[in-house]
Structures are given as structure tokens and as C-alpha cells.
Write a protein that binds this ligand. Structure first.
Ligand code: CA
Length: 424
């Protein structure tokens, strides 16, 4: 596939008979059609597509025989994995069909629709593996300047290789799930020995998460074009991080428990197809990339992401605004690199972009950078912050603007106090 590929589902003039989908500032117009998993009244989990302020229930549509499901149902398992593992052509076909059903010109309007306000959203995907990358040059430069050497902020490998590590899939949670402040080993620079206790430098990391659809085979690397075609869609991702735990534990194998206690994702998977009009060229390369990492198509995504912070009982205040378009490595490059050694990727694997930081202080994607390691507090409702306090709620929102507006919904979490420490 070359790209971007536009078809009738991207027509900006297209309207839906569901009026709320036509609101100019809405997240879910007929051009978006993101996939999620929901339940009503604590019932079974069902797969749906967001349209305006409603959800089209695909599990019900499939049971009614109104969307093709091949030999066996694929929307009755309470997660998107079986559909994501299907060939890309089937994703395209269903998207076109759903757009026709919801089009202002459709005559059959007897569809299984549910109000978004009446449901509970769940993790949309069964996530087998979570890999977190480090793709923002500005972020890597800021961190390198803060902790190593401002003159040589980027390590020598960074301009050649998408740096990543294996995170924990077991603690990836859906927006709205509370986040418990982690306990960990802490060691002040001037202390002789570590102590154990609650993290005092609890942070956010504003990221974009890519979800693998088409699986790969063990022992068979894929190129960036195949990788681009294998990505089903994207979510907003907050990779909560404990900086004080991280700084003591990370040498020499990288972060471990400091990043393993929670990662929040937004509930709606915005498909690669919906994002086609927002593909952009990668930033200029300072060093030529090895051929397997080169891209023949624009694979970066112009997604503006903002974060707000609300103290307990306080109002949310915007603390940053950044954009995924500036990432040095695209999700396609990360996925191609991931398979280089023969690592097998499965439907539902999650790839985090790494903290997305821009060139200015207020476009940095972490409190570490926004407050320059806690030395320059930022304003929040009723006070200031360096790192997160108990009761704080952080909410990410994302949008693409162009021929039409595509939204991601919210990615939100509230900090709960640390648990009691058990000894021994
Ligand atoms: Ca991260």
C-alpha cells in the first residue's frame, strides 16, 4: 500500500442521520468510527463503534446477521482481538459498510444504538505485550540534559535505533481506573543506603499507543510498509512513572517497577484508516537511517494532545499541549524494528511512542520536563505542582483537525494514596 489512501469514508462532506455526529467540535463524526468495548448495567462486554454521543453495537449487529462475520462470530468475545487479527481488507470493508449504515442517506435506521452516557467502557483489547519506546528527540534530549550532559544529551545510538523496552501489559488499564501511588526503593543522592516508601516523584508520560492488528511470524522481520499496514489503530496513553524509583533501579537494565504499576489508555481505538488524512512526513534525519527503517510513505500522525491536571475538588487546568507529528520514529518504524530479530508480534500488542515532547517548555509531555525535575513548579487550581499529589486527576485528550475533526475521547486517571507496606 502506498499512502495516504483516501476513500468515500473520508469525504468531509459526509453527514450522519445521527445528529450528534455532525457537531463540528465533536470527537466522533462519521469519518472517525473508533472501536471500543462497553457494557450496560454490569452486563456482558460488547464491541461497539462510537458515533456522535451514541455507540453502534457490533455484537448485536453481528448476532442479527447484518454484518458479515465469516465462519464464526468475531464480536462476541468482549474484546477487539479477533477482528484486529483479520486481514486489513476486512477492516476496510467493515468501515465502509458502517459508514453507509450511518450515512444521512441511509433508509434503514433501525440499528442497535446505545447512549455513551449509559455504559461502562472497558479495556478494548486483550493486550499480550506492551513495549514502550523513546521516540521523541526533544524528550530524550531533555532527559539527557537533566541527568547526564547537556552537550551530549543524546546517546550515540539514539539517531540510529528506535530505543524501547518491554513494559508490563498486566497493568495497562482503561481510562477512569484509579492509580495507586507505588511503593518502591528510594535512595537520595547523598544517602548511604536506600529506604522503602511511597514514590514522591510520581509523574505522567503523554504518549500515543499503537495497537498491532495483523500478527507477524516468529523469525520473519517485516519492513516499514508492511508494519504500517499491520497497525490497527491508536489510543492515547499515559505511562505513569515514578521518577525517584526509576533513578535508583534503572541501571543497567532500564526501568522496571517505576513504570510497571499503571499505564492508562483511552477506551476508543481510533483506526489507522480514520487517520489517513492526518499522515505527515517524519522530521528530517540528522543521520541516514539503515534501509530497513526507511519509509516510502508519510507515517507520522498530526495528533494534538493536551493534558489537564485537577487537584481533588479543584478545577482542571491545562498543563501542556504537544503533537505526535514531531516524533523522530513512527509506529511503523518501531514495529518494523521490533520484528528485526524475529520477535513475533500478536494482535493486541501495544507499542507506546514514548513521552511526546515538543520544542517549548509547555509542549513537554511529562512533569519531569515541565517543572525541570521539580525545580520550577507549575500552576494548578489553588496552588502549584512539581509532581503528582494524592487526589490529583490527569486527563489527556487528543484531536486531529483538518478536512474534519477526529477525537480520541479522554484518557484519565486519579491518584490514590500508597498502600500500607507489609513487613516482612
Ligand atoms: Ca514511557
Amino acid at each position: 500500500m502506498t499512502g495516504p489512501v483516501l476513500d468515500e469514508t473520508h469525504d468531509p462532506a459526509r453527514r450522519s442521520w445521527i445528529e450528534s455526529a455532525n457537531a463540528p467540535d465533536g470527537d466522533f463524526p462519521i469519518q472517525n468510527l473508533p472501536f471500543g468495548v462497553f457494557s450496560e448495567n454490569a452486563g456482558d462486554r460488547r464491541v461497539g463503534v462510537a458515533i456522535g454521543d451514541l455507540i453502534l453495537d457490533l455484537t448485536a449487529l453481528e448476532a442479527q446477521g447484518r454484518i458479515a462475520s465469516g465462519d464464526a462470530p468475531i464480536f462476541d468475545g468482549g474484546c477487539l482481538n479477533p477482528f484486529m487479527a483479520r486481514p486489513r481488507g476486512e477492516w476496510t470493508k467493515l468501515r465502509a459498510k458502517l459508514a453507509r449504515m450511518l450515512d444521512a442517506g441511509a433508509s434503514d435506521r433501525d440499528l442497535p444504538l446505545v447512549a455513551q452516557s449509559a455504559v461502562e467502557m472497558h479495556l478494548p483489547v486483550r493486550i499480550g505485550g506492551f513495549t514502550d519506546f523513546y521516540a521523541s528527540r526533544e524528550h530524550a534530549t531533555n532527559v539527557g540534559s537533566m541527568f547526564r550532559d547537556p552537550q551530549n544529551a543524546l546517546l550515540p545510538n539514539w539517531l540510529h535505533i528506535p530505543i524501547g523496552y518491554n513494559g508490563r501489559a498486566s497493568t495497562v488499564v482503561v481510562s477512569g481506573t484509579p492509580v495507586t501511588r507505588p511503593l518502591g526503593q528510594l535512595k537520595a543522592p547523598d544517602a548511604d543506603a536506600p529506604c522503602v516508601g511511597p514514590s514522591r516523584k510520581l509523574d505522567i508520560e503523554v504518549e500515543l499507543g499503537a495497537l498491532v492488528g495483523t500478527p507477524t511470524q516468529m523469525g520473519r522481520p517485516i519492513g516499514t510498509a508492511e508494519a504500517q499496514d499491520s497497525i490497527f489503530g491508536y489510543v492515547l496513553l499515559n505511562d505513569w512513572s515514578a521518577r525517584d524509583i526509576q533513578v535508583w533501579e534503572y541501571q543497567p537494565l532500564g526501568p522496571f517497577l517505576s513504570k510497571a504499576f499503571a499505564t492508562t489508555i483511552s477506551p476508543w481505538v481510533v483506526t489507522s484508516a480514520a487517520l489517513e488524512p492526518f499522515r505527515r512526513d517524519a522530521p528530517e534525519r540528522e543521520r541516514p537511517l539503515l534501509p530497513y527503517l526507511r519509509e516510502a510513505t508519510p507515517n507520522n500522525l498530526d495528533i494534538e494532545i493536551t493534558a489537564t491536571l485537577a487537584p481533588r475538588g479543584g478545577a482542571p487546568v491545562q498543563i501542556l499541549r504537544t503533537n505526535a507529528a514531531g516524533l523522530y520514529y513512527s509506529a511503523a518504524q518501531q514495529l518494523a524494528h521490533h520484528t528485526l530479530s524475529g520477535c513475533r508480534m500478536e494482535a493486541g500488542d501495544l507499542l507506546g511512542s514514548g513521552t511526546i515532547s515538543g520544542p517549548t517548555r509547555d509542549s513537554c509531555g511529562s512533569l519531569l520536563e515541565l517543572t525541570w525535575n521539580g525545580t520550577e513548579p507549575i500552576a494548578v487550581d489553588g496552588g502549584t505542582r512539581t509532581f503528582l499529589e494524592d487526589g490529583d486527576t490527569v486527563t489527556l485528550t487528543g484531536k486531529c483537525t483538518g478536512p474534519y475533526r477526529i477525537g480520541f475521547g479522554a484518557c484519565s486517571g486519579t491518584i490514590l494514596p500508597a498502600p500500607e507496606l507489609r513487613e516482612p
